[in-house]
Write a protein that binds this ligand. Structure first.
Ligand SMILES: [Zn+2]
Length: 469
């Protein structure tokens, strides 16, 4: 702690600049060079991903309404195989994973008869901050052209064998390590019938009183070449909502006036992940998409957002629509269907590296500060205040131009829980605060007030509840 404070003072001397400068004021972001994160990226294996998706395709169909008794075909066999993989991984890490199968019998719009929806979760409990949870998810179920066809071959290699393989690979790699926060590896089902597995995951999180700081949903992440031949193997798209799903009309009115429409916790989680890609994933960058999902389409991050949890969606740079939601067939020389041959494994590995490294970085950092507040109207200075969080030895105030997409300027507050930015007017910038651990891991930046709160349930008047649930 003393070392960190001393280093901060030194860098302030060398890099201190005047207000309005567009560079970071006292050096680069702190999660800049962590050997652990580099080695986690190197552990991700394209061969493991290939083996997982090849196995998933062998189940013929994983449609939510498909049979569950067979040991070789259908969603039942597939989810038993997933569970067995988690059990084997847990055996290798001396029981580090707790396997849960939240289950609900559903009748709904695309589920005409009572059907069991079952998610398969593996929970890696955090060492010092176990109620704080980082989730990775993908969906196991697959479909063909007719969403009600439960018997036709639906290989679902990319949608969403790729996301399911990402979850298993993240678990395989990260279960070798220990982290402050809890990691949840979530294989969902019922997505194509109406996001039922995502709803079940959100309900599970609420039932467990998990403080979900980040949910990374992976859906269609294994291909980078479109049917038109366009290719982009150096980016992944990251979708994040701009304003939080759960904001009240009063909060929306304040946000419209003061700003925050591009600073939900999900959006700042996206910025955090984009920064991880820049620093830790070679030749690979995030394309931030300022939308909850693709145009008029959905995914399992949506029920998590509805429950108030910061969530984003990873999807490949360029989708191939001859493969998604198609019967496997060839018409006029064009191959349709979501087959194994459509997966680009080196590309998929890059997306999975980014997920695994981001999870490790989030789980190693403290939570973002609680109850971030801002003041300074009709004043030359801006004042940020916040409540302390477990595991933080210092905090960093960030600001950027109101039209800038990423945080540009920052200043360390040391271990104080407020900072006055002298001669920087509140009117002209957007502001936020991050937390920093003793070993230099930094949290996502939190925008002040309910618009940006990662954990809006925590009120400054009840600090006792901060780490209690
Ligand atoms: Zn999907």
């Amino acid at each position: 702690m003393r070392l960190v404070a001393a280093a901060t003072i030194v860098t302030l001397v060398f890099f201190g600049v005047s207000a309005g400068d567009t560079q970071a004021e006292d050096g680069p972001p702190v999660t800049a060079t962590q050997p652990l994160l580099r080695s986690i990226g190197e552990d991700v294996s394209p061969d493991e991903l290939r083996a997982t998706i090849a196995r998933l395709v062998e189940f013929g169909t994983r449609h939510t309404l498909s049979e569950t008794q067979s040991n070789t075909r259908g969603i039942g066999a597939a989810r038993r195989w997933i569970r067995a993989q988690f059990i084997e991984m847990s055996r290798r890490c001396h029981g580090c994973l707790r396997i849960e199968t939240p289950t609900q019998t559903i009748v709904g719009e695309r589920i005409p008869k009572p059907t069991v929806i079952m998610d398969v979760l593996a929970v890696q409990r955090g060492t010092s901050d176990p109620d704080r949870v980082i989730v990775i998810s993908g969906h196991l179920d697959s479909r063909v052209t007719d969403v009600m066809n439960a018997t036709g071959d639906a290989p679902g290699a990319d949608d969403d064998g790729s996301g399911t393989a990402a979850v298993l690979e993240a678990a395989r790699v990260l279960s070798h390590y220990k982290f402050a926060a809890t990691l949840v590896y979530a294989v969902l089902s019922g997505e194509e019938q109406g996001l039922y597995g995502g709803k079940l995951l959100a309900q599970s999180a609420l039932d467990h009183h998990w403080q979900v700081e980040a949910a990374l949903n992976n859906d269609i992440i294994g291909n980078a070449t479109g049917a038109n031949g366009m290719a982009d193997k150096t980016h992944v798209r990251l979708f994040s909502e701009g304003t939080r799903s759960t904001e009240t009309p009063e909060e929306a009115e304040r946000r419209r006036y003061n700003g925050g429409e591009v600073d939900s916790p999900s959006r700042n989680l996206g910025r955090f992940i984009s920064g991880i890609a820049d620093r830790y994933i070679t030749d690979f960058r995030v394309r931030m998409i300022y939308r909850t999902d693709r145009y008029s389409r959905g995914g399992d991050q949506v029920p998590m957002l509805a429950a108030g949890y910061p969530s984003v969606r990873f999807t490949e740079s360029i989708e191939n629509y001859t493969r998604e939601h198609q019967d496997v067939r060839t018409v006029d020389g064009v191959h349709y269907g979501d087959v194994l041959g459509g997966i680009d494994f080196p590309y998929l590995a890059q997306v999975v590296r980014l997920n695994a490294v981001a999870m490790a970085a989030l789980a190693s950092a403290p939570a973002p500060p609680d109850s971030v507040k801002i003041g300074g109207a009709v004043s030359a200075d801006t004042v940020l205040t916040w409540a302390p969080v477990a595991g933080a030895v210092s905090y960093r105030v960030w600001w950027r131009d109101t039209t800038a997409p990423i945080w540009t300027n920052s200043r360390s507050a040391g271990n104080a829980t407020s900072l006055t930015l002298k001669d920087i007017t509140i009117d002209d910038w957007f502001f936020g605060v991050s937390s920093v651990s003793a070993d230099g891991y930094e949290s996502p930046v939190e925008f002040p007030g309910p618009a940006g709160a990662f954990n809006p349930a925590i009120k400054p008047s009840s600090p006792a509840s901060v780490h209690g649930n």
